[in-house]
Design a protein around this ligand. Structure first.
Ligand code: BGC
Length: 350
């Protein structure tokens, strides 16, 4: 279902698309490919909106930390916005301290996507397309990107990312939804239980750039192998948690290279809403909304305070173009970039 959502200052119209499957619904706008709402029933059958977002286009156009958006060309940080490819040095826009973050000043979260509605064997979906010109935000190559969202009968929201380029470039696409399985206006996410299928994570320096070390999570606050409350160890005096003001790190997922596998699970005891995450990516940035500070108003007009949402951004490792030991993020003109991530919703009591 398609409806008019508003117009951008340049006159471009923005539409909202609603995918429903009888159990849950997902709403997406053509600006930034932003997921504005995910309504899923709690254990009593009451619809609960589990993603942070806004009611109006103006708020989405204004300052906010990438709520619900498609992130690219390069999700996460690139140190000093610099990298080199084929002997050529590139300088990206700097928009986060000394670094380039989430694609630069006008990343894929701030552009209009063309949208085609789909029916995938009875499952509703949309395909979003964007053409990013050579040297846009400093990245080489004309890049054609397709992102497909499908809501299945099994209550999975599936994301399929595809891209092709005409020149060697780098790419790392993800989605930046902030979840709160207690409801988007229900306060902090510290009592959610989370598991992440990762035996190690990437320690960072004070600029949140990985040091290159791959550190075992054992006996650290980063161990989420078993379901654990987010809040249990988040305040431990640990220099890593101080740098990110909480969790804001990339976990090195187990079984990379073996296709799509379950990488994380989250549960909220109060609503019983459960979310499993599946992906073929090597990493996930688990970010606990540490930089939210009450200036943004929720859909129910409450304040989004510190840690009122968490993100599980499936992706390649931060700063990979400058870290030869990390899996490669280079896209060759002869190859197609393809990756997928699924979020599956249910209710479950732990
Ligand atoms: C980053 C955070 C950042 C947030 C919003 C996350 O992906 O890891 O450090 O504050 O995005 O920009």
């Amino acid at each position: 279902m398609k409806s008019y959502f508003g117009s951008l200052p340049n006159g471009n119209e923005v539409y909202k698309y609603k995918l429903t499957n009888g159990y849950m619904s997902v709403e997406i706008i053509s600006y930034g490919g932003i997921i504005t709402n995910i309504n899923a029933p709690n254990s009593k059958g009451k619809d609960t909106d589990v993603v942070l977002g806004f009611n109006t286009l103006d708020q989405y156009i204004g300052e906010h930390p990438y709520f619900g958006a498609i992130i690219g060309r390069y999700g996460n940080r690139i140190a000093n916005g610099k990298f080199s490819l084929n002997g050529i040095d590139y300088q990206l826009a700097i928009n986060n301290g000394k670094n380039s973050l989430h694609g630069g000043l006008i990343g894929f979260d701030k552009v209009s996507w063309s949208v085609k509605e789909l029916n995938n064997n009875g499952d509703p979906g949309i395909k979003l397309t964007y053409f990013s010109k050579d040297m846009e935000e400093g990245y080489p190559g004309n890049l054609q990107i397709d992102v497909t969202y499908i809501l299945t009968k099994e209550n999975e929201l599936k994301f399929f990312y595809e891209a092709i380029t005409d020149t060697l470039t780098i790419i790392n696409l993800t989605n930046h939804s902030y979840f709160n399985l207690g409801g988007e206006s229900s306060g902090d996410i510290l009592d959610h239980f989370v598991s992440i299928n990762a035996n190690s994570y990437l320690p960072v320096d004070e600029n949140l750039i990985p040091t290159g070390e791959i550190r075992n999570v054992k006996n650290t606050p980063f161990d989420f192998i078993e379901m654990k409350k987010i809040g249990l160890e988040i305040e431990i005096q640990n220099n890593q948690l101080i740098y990110g003001k909480g969790y804001d790190h990339c976990w090195v997922l187990n079984d990379y290279g073996e296709g799509i596998r379950k990488i994380a699970e989250v549960n909220n005891l109060a609503t019983g809403i459960n979310m499993e995450v599946y992906s073929d990516q090597p990493g996930v940035q688990f970010y606990t909304g540490n930089f939210l500070e009450g200036s943004l108003k929720s859909k129910e007009l409450k304040k989004y305070e510190k840690r009122s949402g968490f993100c599980l951004e499936t992706q390649h490792f931060p700063d990979s173009p400058n870290q030869p030991s990390f899996p490669n993020v280079i896209l060759d003109p002869d190859k197609k970039y393809e990756t997928q991530t699924w979020y599956k919703f249910s209710t479950k009591k732990y």
